[in-house]
Design a binder for this molecule. Structure first.
Ligand code: PMP
Length: 440
């Protein structure tokens, strides 16, 4: 190639994509890669899933786009109903958008408009965790707790009140229970320090992705946050852009604890990489309040178009028809066992965490010290490059807070088989062995 006008990544030299099938992807030189991270934790059904592509092709032959203020779309209605059914009717109303960041913005604006319309315009603060990741647009970035992303825009964003996320790997207290209680009291104090009735919503990722390397919150913590939200009269928003739609072995991660948010944010797995489709689900009374006073003052052009909704519906139907949740529950345990075995063999694997097909591996100098590698060693990019060289794609994250180590995610398509996991683990083992030879 003589020129490349794109500027997504500084200095990265990447292979050119040719085609993909199932968990495999090929570059234009014919090299094969296993998609061990579903792209960006997105391609939940792997590549070229026949039922999804057939549904999309049929929809293209009918109508790709119709605008939501000009036509209703049956498939949008059907997708909305399907999503509500997956929440066991605990959430009742759906608003579609095109990406995770748009969905987070929509959740923030819906929450704010709800209070505004109720005559509580002074509620304008959000509370979120550090570390966390909620998207790249300015509103979502205000929630995000990850310094390198925030820094250049600090004076443009409205930062949320940041409270510490519980940390089940480096906690200082005697046990996890005491740690969670300590984090909850700190959180309560931070919320109480805000002016009275100023909080709109508490926003959290039930299982972190890029932000925390698949740290899963626990039942006591999430119940504690629900209680705090009720006490401070604010809403609970769960960002399941990454953890939603089956990745953890339930349709939604909150179902592991039975603590339903007021607004649920979905994206990635919804379109499973076949088309951008995302959305929020909300409690009915909350939406009624807004709809009865003129409607939600928000929207995006591509929201809920027929091709998007056909894709989303075909993905859910395929998952239901193929017993995907069972696959994730069963093989998620297997995947974790394999990763734990690697941890037992490589002292630089400090922690393996997560659930289902959302597993994170944290890299440290040694299991004893839990100390991160020096930032300039770029552990996250080295391990990813080595794995790619071996033909395995994993999802990296640099951690710059000086406390946590870099990590990578192993998040295969949800229909990955046991034999395919074995194939991934063989390549990962080879990559880790090579990584062990270049340690600083
Ligand atoms: N929230 C979470 C939890 C995410 O993981 C992401 C994407 N990694 C986003 C929001 C933003 O989604 P998008 O990149 O589609 O805007």
């Amino acid at each position: 190639m003589t020129s490349n006008a794109l500027f997504y990544q500084a200095g990265a030299e990447l292979p050119l994509i040719s085609h993909a099938q199932g968990i495999y992807m090929w570059d234009t030189l014919g090299k094969r890669y296993i998609d061990g991270c579903s792209g960006a934790i997105t391609c939940s059904l792997g590549h070229q899933h026949p039922a999804v592509t057939a549904a999309m092709k049929a929809q293209l032959d009918q109508v790709a786009f119709s605008y939501r203020t000009q036509f209703e779309s049956q498939v949008a209605i059907d997708l909305g109903d399907a999503l509500v059914a997956l929440t066991e009717a605990q959430l009742h109303k759906v608003f579609f958008v095109g990406s995770g960041s748009e969905a987070v913005e929509s959740a923030m604006k819906l929450a704010r408009q709800y209070f505004y319309d109720r005559g509580e315009p002074q509620r304008q603060r959000f509370v979120s965790l550090r570390p966390s990741y909620h998207g790249s647009t300015l509103g979502a970035l205000g929630l995000t707790g990850y310094e390198p992303l925030e820094r250049p825009y600090e004076d443009l964003i409205t930062p949320s009140v940041k409270v510490p996320s519980p940390d089940f790997y480096r906690f200082k207290e005697a046990d996890i229970e005491t740690h969670v209680e300590a984090v909850l009291s700190q959180t309560e104090a931070a919320m109480a320090a805000q002016p009275e009735d100023s909080i709109v919503a508490f926003v959290l990722e039930p299982v972190g992705g890029a932000s925390t390397g698949a740290r899963m919150l626990n039942k006591r913590y999430v119940e504690g946050i629900r209680t705090l939200c009720d006490r401070f009269g604010c809403l609970l928003i769960m960002d399941e852009v990454l953890s939603g739609l089956g990745r953890t072995g339930e349709w939604f991660a909150w179902q592991h604890w039975g603590v339903c948010p007021d607004i649920l944010v979905l994206a990635k797995g919804m379109g499973a990489g076949y088309y951008p489709v995302a959305g929020i689900l909300a409690k009915g009374d909350l939406v009624d309040q807004v709809q009865n006073q003129g409607g939600f003052m928000h929207g995006h052009t591509y929201a809920g178009n027929p091709l998007a909704c056909t894709t989303g519906l075909a993905v859910i139907r395929a998952m239901q028809n193929e017993g995907i949740l069972d696959n994730v529950r069963e093989l998620g345990i297997y995947l974790r066992q394999q990763l734990d075995q690697l941890k037992a063999r490589y002292d630089f694997i400090g922690d393996v965490r997560g659930i289902g097909f959302l597993q994170g591996v944290e890299l440290v100098q040694s299991q004893g010290s839990k100390a991160p590698f020096p930032a300039e060693f770029n552990a996250f990019s080295k391990i990813t490059a080595i794995a790619r060289e071996k033909g395995l794609l994993i999802y990296p994250r640099r951690c710059l807070n000086g406390v946590e180590g870099d990590h990578f995610l192993v998040t295969p398509p949800l229909n990955t088989t046991r034999a395919e996991i074995d194939e991934m683990m063989t390549l990962l083992d080879q990559a880790l062995a090579e990584f062990s030879r270049i340690l600083p």
